[in-house]
Design a protein around this ligand. Structure first.
Ligand code: PAZ
Length: 357
């Protein structure tokens, strides 16, 4: 079993986001209010973290995640009676608005029409229902959205908010769906200014040696070699110290089907948390695998849009990571969230029984 990572070494050298005090104030109020009402609270992480290459950041490394899993899950958790802290990558998908934002073929304005007198109404039948659900979450104060950009912002916010969830005891749930960078450039090695691609601004006698021509009349491009450190694995700290009573669910993403379940089990063994949801990049909207201690692995698979059942051959193809021709009949989060909720019920029962012994 792995020992928790030394937090101080990381958090004292990587500066927190400027908004952290405001995030803490808003989350404290949110958690205390819902804890007093006996409501469950889920902290959802969503979207990808960036790895800046410069302090005054012009360039950064990013990943594919649009935040679909996190934003969709948030809606189902709200429907299931949870209050939701939605810690997401700035400008990634957010609950409710996700249905109309981020279109690759147009704009959210395409969902609206105007009658010639400045009055606007929706052209899309779903908008009324989505707006109602959004308004309910706003009115009841059950959705708090907080954003991050970099891997360091993310880790500072995750640590601060999960520590604040203590008053919830086992009624707190962490649902870690963000695609978190595994590598980063430590602050101490990060360039202050935009990394230059040529030496054009340098005095002639300071120009670097160029292995094609050591006296170029026109400055030529340089290669950029990036040296990244591994991001410390803080999940054990989360389990043991930051949110020890809450239920902790993490996602595991792979692209190689032969690794998925093995890596999910490994993660569970290493961090001793409660649930790992495995998914393959190509098929993540069709199926996921629940891996939890003392239970058989459970595959959840969404139906097909045409209503027919999956054949054995189609299931094998899915599990081999091949994108099916069939559209999913709905959102797989509609299966995932009730199943997580069932495990959370058990977690609460077990914790309460233990505390009465
Ligand atoms: O954001 P998205 O819906 O495009 O992707 C979701 C996901 C694949 C990032 C998520 O389901 C997941 O697996 N998160 C954990 C990634 C990881 O293993 O670090």
């Amino acid at each position: 079993m792995s020992a928790p990572v030394d937090e101080d070494a990381y958090f004292s050298t990587q500066p927190p986001p400027a908004s952290l005090p405001a995030q803490i104030a808003a989350s404290t109020d949110f958690v205390n209010r819902h804890a007093a009402a006996g409501r469950r609270v889920v902290l959802i992480t969503s979207g990808g973290t960036t790895v800046p290459l410069e302090k005054q950041t012009v360039r950064f490394i990013d990943n594919f995640s649009a935040g679909t899993r996190g934003a969709t899950s948030a809606e189902y958790f709200l429907e299931a009676g949870y209050a939701v802290i939605f810690l997401h990558r700035e400008f990634s998908l957010v609950p409710y608005a996700r249905h109309f934002s981020h279109s690759t073929t147009g704009s959210f304005l395409d969902f609206l029409e105007e009658d010639g007198h400045g009055n606007v109404r929706s052209k899309d039948a779903r908008m009324g229902d989505v707006l109602q659900r959004y308004t309910r979450a706003r009115t009841e104060g059950t959705l708090l959205t907080i954003s991050f950009v970099t891997i360091t912002d993310y880790l500072h916010s995750l640590r601060a908010i999960s520590r604040l969830m203590a008053p919830l005891g086992p009624r707190g749930l962490l649902y870690l769906a963000a695609a978190v960078s595994d590598f980063f450039v430590p602050e101490s090695r990060m360039a202050e200014h935009k990394i230059q691609s040529t030496d054009v601004a340098m005095p002639a006698d300071e120009e670097e040696f160029d292995n094609f021509d050591n006296a170029p009349r026109i400055a030529r491009s340089k290669r950029l070699v990036i040296d990244l450190d591994p991001v410390p694995k803080f999940l054990k700290n989360l389990v043991d110290g930051w949110a020890p009573e809450g239920m902790i669910t993490s996602y595991k993403l792979e692209t190689d089907p032969s690794l998925l379940v093995h890596k999910a089990r490994h993660s569970l063994g290493r961090y001793q948390h409660h649930l790992v949801i495995g998914n393959l990049l190509a098929t993540r909207k069709w199926e996921v695998c629940f891996v939890s201690p003392g239970r058989e692995d459970q595959w959840l698979r969404v139906g097909k849009k045409d209503g027919s059942t999956w054949t054995e051959e189609q299931v094998r193809a899915l599990q081999a990571g091949r994108v099916p021709k069939e559209e999913p009949s709905g959102e797989i989060e509609s299966l995932i969230i009730p199943a997580v909720r069932d495990l959370h019920d058990e977690h609460i029962k077990t914790s309460e029984a233990r505390s009465h012994q």
